[in-house]
Design a protein around this ligand. Structure first.
Ligand code: HEC
Length: 254
């Protein structure tokens, strides 16, 4: 007679101690996921100059902003009112000619001292220090985004960490009663596939910002799978009454 798989046990067949263990794991994993979201928001939001987080922000985080240095972006954006056009032109020209120190001392330093150093003298740690060549130079580097060694480091941490999280999550969720079984298996498999796609698309995004949409998409898939497994597991652990008799005649032996 076709039945549910003999290895399948529903939460309601487990002792209270194991349901407590599953619940504690789900609770802390859920809170951890929220912190991960906050972290992503804090580290990416507003990079494109607009509030909130967008695919554009993710593209800039990985591939950098090839159009402008931080100094130039500020002069075109929030600092544009601080100096007249000719002086901005002089600074832009100097940036484009390669940030030469001699030219800085002769032509650029006087402008910056007159227009900028009143605020940017290094006394406020939240805004860049523009006092002297060395400091100005730091804001005059092209933003090339995340460097490869950072990506490699974060990649292995992510792959190991996320595999652990979704192994725990999937193990707990495997005891939920979800049909069809192929769908349940897809939900379990999705985050593993998504993390690999996500991480490879970081490198692709570094080469070409257009791939940022794949970073965001695979992150979204991972989140959806997490939320689905979490909610279904938590609900069935405490509220779903499963009986073997009821499902005895099911045609799925998977
Ligand atoms: C009246 C004070 C004041 C003056 C004068 C001023 N700034 Fe700023 N600057 C700020 C503040 C405050 C911030 C941080 C808030 C922001 O980014 O809008 C900032 C931010 C910046 C940043 C960092 C932007 C980023 O990437 O986060 C740069 C670069 C900059 N200013 C350049 C300049 C230059 C160049 C001048 C002179 C032409 C100048 N500032 C004049 C107050 C000033």
């Amino acid at each position: 007679m076709a039945q549910v798989h003999r290895m399948f046990f529903h939460y309601s067949e487990f002792p209270l101690s194991m349901r407590t263990l599953f619940t504690g794991t789900l609770l802390v994993l859920g809170i951890g996921y929220l912190f991960a979201m906050i972290h992503i928001y804090n580290s990416h939001a507003g990079r494109d100059g607009k509030p909130g987080i967008s695919v554009e922000d993710v593209a800039i985080a990985y591939s950098g902003n090839k159009e402008a240095t931080r100094l130039e972006a500020a002069m075109m954006g929030p600092m544009s009112g601080m100096l007249p056009n000719e002086e901005r032109g002089a600074i832009s020209g100097w940036l484009r000619r390669g940030v030469d120190e001699k030219e800085f001392e002769e032509k650029i330093k006087p402008i910056i001292e007159k227009r900028c150093v009143a605020c940017h003298d290094g006394s406020n740690p939240h805004i860049p220090n523009l006092d002297g060549f060395e400091h100005v130079q730091e804001t005059a580097e092209i933003d090339t985004g995340m460097n490869i060694s950072t990506l490699v480091r974060v990649s292995h941490i992510h792959m190991f960490g996320i595999t652990f999280i979704f192994f725990l999550m999937g193990t707990i969720f495997s005891h939920a009663y979800v049909r069809p079984v192929w769908f349940k298996s897809v939900v379990i498999a999705t985050p593993f596939l998504a993390v690999v796609i996500d991480i490879f698309s970081w490198y692709l995004t570094k080469l070409h910002p257009g791939f940022a949409i794949i970073v965001v998409g695979s992150g979204g898939l991972m989140g959806m799978s997490f939320a689905f497994q979490w909610i279904v597991s938590m609900y069935q652990i405490w509220f779903y009454k499963y009986s073997h008799e009821k499902h005895e005649h099911e045609a799925t032996l998977m």
